[in-house]
Design a protein around this ligand. Sequence first.
Ligand code: DX5
Ligand code: ZN
Length: 214
Amino acid sequence: MIPLIAASVLSADFSRLGEELQALSAADIIHLDLMDGHYVPNLSFGYPLVQCIRKHTDKALDAHLMVTNPEAYVDPLTEIGVQYLSFHQETVYHPHRLIQRIKANGIKAGLALNPGTPLGTIEALLPDLDFVLIMSVNPGYSAQSFIPNVIRKISELDAIRKQYYPELQIEVDGGVNDTNSSTLINSGADILVSASFIFKSDNYSNTINSLKGI
Ligand code: DX5
Ligand code: ZN
């Protein structure tokens, strides 16, 4: 199966963001890493930049919230026009309620799972989720090394969703490159996020196609 590629602009050259977005024509989705300097040590960007990105691409926007108060971001990001929204379950008391709120806004709701968090912790939420974002690095930075243990988690989730939730999408985020992409796809990944592997390359389309295996 050919996966969707979500290009994370975290590694883009922000001084030439318009050109960078144009060069991502082969990508299916634009992945937005919102970091608040509290949940993760890094600080990335906020609404003004997301608005600017919305104006310069027609692709679906996928906001990955690495913030301690994801509830506050749902309505502003809905107004800007994102299509996917994920948050980390340990950042909220009531993840089920927040998933319903995101879906009520007409957005695909996802839960992000850190490398050290077992799949079992989100099992009760799977019926309500549109996608699970499996982190294959610890959140906070691009260009970190892929953590191979997560492959087992992807396979486990793939087996569960095949049996019970065939519509659930599996997104994998962190350290994705052309040496691990085929294993990730074969394990069940539907969406591959990539920042540094795309942006450090000379030809983004060729690099994205190499992740798709085409
Ligand atoms: C990490 C972010 C990732 C990151 C991926 O906290 O969630 O989306 O941008 O970067 P690479 O592909 O370079 O590992
Ligand atoms: Zn991300």
